[in-house]
Design a protein around this ligand. Structure first.
Ligand code: HEC
Ligand code: HEC
Length: 608
């Protein structure tokens, strides 16, 4: 069997090398068999070669950017999310979002050789090496932690708490400061890498989906790309004025004791906004700033000198930037994510184009495209995925489905989409993981048809063009692929397992919690396994805030540990608050749970 493959782009000639060359790692997908979905890229040798991680193919590729050839492709863990190159240029690390670990590889000539695997905790994302290369920092999004790993022993040596869903990391040029941006909470934290102490934590007001993060060249500031939520009902007029979701950059001074408001720049152009800012990169001389608009399929280039940073940047980009020189937009298509400077070029990982793109920032032009898989007709679900991430589906391209339902999950934000037939009642954005299996839909459960729900989202949430039948089918097909990531606690034995076979204390607590759930407190009446929901709406004594619909459809309880806030209007920040304040469990007969019982129940809920 031929396993080593070389992909020639752009003519995509397939050339199989002889079997005598042993594969570095077996079972790498063959071109054409799957989408690659490049999600992150890192550069070797000043940009002569690149390493790119393929989110949906569970692989990492070594690419020669000069010839456009994929030199090698090696197996990673599940759903790799980010890649970092060691300062020696000979080693790299890949975070695997779904297998909760980091894979270490060596670059040997034109080959990638896997060397070690380090478990790090749930749902790792961004990672980078310290300047000296003696530590690897990893954002462990599912544990709300940033960890340090010793690359020599592959052991975790330190853990720092970070607010909800730390995702992107950045290091100052001198290596002294480490920053982490928390996607769902809107916080940025900075640590002193020498002492390990927290330098400061700041929250960017109304910000969510925090993405690209970089220190300025002088190390005085950290810049973060993100969106902000405005508190108005989602109508066409409000979208048009930038009163629903805006894209911004925020600049946080490294200096301690600086109070908000922080300086920002609005990125949206009236009539043609920027959708879903993602990757952010500064040129090595600090003069140029590049941000990908993953929803508006573009790269924004801005000269950093005289940028109009403002504590109140307004809803639209500052008119002075629109002189055609200081702010340029380069159309890229697809879903451009990570952007990295390679000397005088910018290399972009374009997820939906299955390609690396090379932009000449001087000319403001897309110069070359390096294909990472064979071109073929997208499947129905992939077509739906493209629509889901497409901000051009919304009025004036301000946001996509993904902006609110981040990566098919939830941003944790409330919006008033007027979907409950009332005005001014915001609802928490529900997760779309498992959504095809957990109807009826909407918090009140009045929507019985998923296709109709999608079609309504096109017109009444996005205020974009009505979706063609084929588009609705495609989005439904994409939604059918969404599931909860396997959590490390997932596979532990539940209550059906005889007690003697339940080895650990945590597992015993889960088993006791399971018994409470189904028998003593009879939660399963409304939250029935395997999805822990039932059709129909129930009055659970929670105010529906003016909606004519009575009661709520019990939400599926799967994936609870990666959610929050909770309940239809996000009123409970934690699961503890759900049970203690709003939705208090009782034994059949009325007795309240003891503290121990509550702990067991929480352990069970978090294991779902
Ligand atoms: C501005 C934020 C926002 C955008 C954009 C958005 N949604 Fe939603 N979505 C919500 C909110 C809030 C709800 C809950 C509404 C309710 O229950 O009344 C929701 C509900 C849903 C539901 C029902 C889920 C369930 O479990 O009950 C589906 C399906 C859905 N959205 C799909 C989409 C699709 C597809 C798009 C893009 C075409 C989209 N949404 C765009 C905020 C958004
Ligand atoms: C009579 C039906 C019913 C019973 C019994 C019931 N629930 Fe619920 N549950 C609901 C409804 C309806 C909601 C949504 C309420 C809202 O969003 O305002 C809900 C919400 C929740 C949530 C929040 C989920 C989220 O994503 O926001 C949790 C957690 C939960 N229930 C756990 C339990 C537990 C544990 C028990 C047993 C002690 C239980 N429920 C018993 C109907 C029920």
């Amino acid at each position: 069997m031929f396993r080593r493959i070389v992909l020639l782009a752009p003519l995509l000639t397939l050339c199989l090398l002889c079997q005598c060359q042993k594969p570095s790692v077996a079972d790498v997908p063959t071109p054409g068999s799957t989408d690659r979905s490049p999600i992150d890229v890192a550069l070797l040798e000043d940009g002569r070669r690149a390493v790119v991680v393929h989110h949906t193919a569970d692989s990492v590729a070594l690419v020669d950017l000069q010839t456009g050839k994929v030199l090698d492709e090696a197996r990673t863990g599940r759903k790799p999310a980010a890649v970092a190159v060691h300062p020696d240029g000979k080693r790299l690390a890949v975070s695997n979002h779904w297998s909760h670990d980091v894979h270490f590889f060596a670059v040997e000539g034109n080959k990638l050789v896997r060397q070690a695997v380090a478990p790090v905790g749930p749902l790792p994302r961004g990672l980078l090496y310290s300047n000296t290369g003696d530590r690897l920092f990893v954002a462990v999004a599912g544990a709300d932690e940033v960890v340090a790993i010793d690359p020599a022993t592959h052991k975790v040596t330190r853990r720092w708490p970070a607010p909800r869903e730390p995702r992107e990391l950045a290091l100052s040029a001198d290596g002294r400061w480490l920053a982490a941006a928390s996607s769902r909470s809107g916080h940025v934290r900075v640590w002193n890498t020498a002492t390990g102490e927290l330098h400061w934590e700041r929250q960017i007001v109304d910000a969510f989906n925090l993405r690209g993060l970089a220190f300025t060249a002088d190390g005085d500031h950290v810049i973060c790309a993100h969106v902000v939520r405005r508190d108005l009902p989602v109508t066409k007029g409000h979208i048009e004025e930038g009163w629903i979701i805006d894209s911004r950059l925020t600049r946080l001074p490294l200096k301690a004791n600086v109070t908000p408001p922080y300086l920002q720049i609005a990125l949206d152009v009236r009539g043609e906004a920027m959708g879903d800012p993602h990757g952010l990169a500064l040129s090595p001389d600090g003069k140029l700033l590049a941000v990908t608009g993953s929803g508006s399929h573009e790269l924004i280039l801005m000269h950093t000198e005289n940028l109009p940073w403002n504590t109140d940047p307004g809803d639209f980009i500052d008119g002075r930037l629109l002189d055609g020189k200081q702010h340029r937009r380069v159309a890229l298509g697809g879903r451009p994510l990570a952007a990295k400077f390679a000397k005088d070029r910018i290399v972009i990982a374009n997820y939906l184009s299955d390609a690396l793109q090379i932009v000449d920032p001087g000319a403001g032009k897309l110069e070359r495209t390096v294909a990472l898989s064979e071109v073929r007709k997208p499947t129905l679900a992939r077509h739906g995925e493209a629509i889901f991430y497409d901000a051009k589906r919304s009025h004036n391209q301000w946001f996509s489905c993904h902006t609110c339902h981040t990566d098919g999950h939830t941003s944790g934000q409330n919006f008033d989409t007027l979907n409950d037939d009332s005005f001014g009642t915001t609802k928490l954005t529900p997760t779309l993981r498992n959504v095809a299996r957990t109807g009826p839909w909407t918090w009140h459960g009045w929507q019985k048809d998923l296709g109709a729900s999608v079609a309504k989202s096109f017109t009444d949430t996005m205020y974009g063009p009505p979706g063609a039948k084929e588009d609705v089918r495609a989005v439904v097909a994409f939604l059918e692929t969404l599931e909860h990531p396997p959590l490390p606690t997932r596979d532990v034995p539940k209550r059906d397992v005889p007690k003697r076979d339940v080895p650990k204390r945590a597992d015993r607590a889960i088993a006791r919690g399971a018994a409470l759930f189904s028998e003593k407190a009879r939660c399963a009446r409304c939250h029935r396994p395997p999805f822990y929901t039932v059709p129909g709406a129930y009055d659970v004594k929670l105010d529906s805030g003016g909606s004519p619909h009575d009661g709520f459809n019990p939400p599926s309880l799967n994936g609870l540990s990666d959610r929050g806030p909770y309940l239809h209007d996000g009123r409970a920040k934690t699961l503890e608050e759900v049970l203690r304040t709003w939705h208090t469990p009782r034994h059949v007969g009325g007795a309240a749970l003891t503290e121990d019982e509550e702990r067991d129940l929480l352990a069970f809920l978090r294991s779902l």
